[in-house]
Design a protein around this ligand. Structure first.
Ligand code: FES
Length: 153
């Protein structure tokens, strides 16, 4: 890991008082500064906070706010929660995967998009829901995928 990145993690740990409880706050800082949580960064922060690596990775993968891959310029979250699943969320995710030629939790080669699946975006009445950056797309259909994605450069 680059010395500058280690230095910023050290500063975050110091700011959050080096306690095991500060793991989430430190991860938030890393996510904000580096755009994602690299495996190296998770291990480094866990080691510094004296938290088992297994617990650190459990925290890093539990919260959808954290990404273990570099995010694209545009982040796509396809909801696969119960309401969205029933209304075809899985097929929407597959369609986006085919359209972008990437699997969920991956990023396009040009860095334009990263695709993620989430369990509930909190707006179940609008199912099936796709969120791109901060935009919620309601009642999404497979036919609308191309036109939705064209808006994001
Ligand atoms: S299940 Fe998709 S928004 Fe709640």
């Amino acid at each position: 890991m680059e010395p500058g990145k280690k230095k910023s993690i050290d500063a975050s740990i110091k700011k959050h008082k080096s306690s095991a409880k500060s793991l989430i706050a430190v991860f938030q800082d890393i996510q904000k500064q580096q755009g994602y949580l690299s495996e190296e960064a998770v291990r480094y922060a866990a080691d510094k906070l004296k938290v088992p690596a297994s617990r650190a990775f459990a925290v890093a993968t539990f919260y959808s706010a954290f990404s273990l891959i570099p995010r694209g310029r545009n982040t796509i979250d396809v909801c696969l929660g119960t309401a969205c699943h029933i209304k075809g969320g899985g097929r929407i995710a597959e369609r986006i995967s085919r359209h972008l030629q990437i699997k969920p939790e991956d990023r396009t080669r040009d860095g334009r998009f990263s695709l993620h699946t989430v369990r509930c975006l909190g707006c179940c009445a609008l199912a099936p829901v796709v969120k791109v950056n901060n935009d919620i797309h309601a009642d999404t259909t497979q036919d609308r995928i191309s036109s939705i994605l064209e808006k994001y450069q």
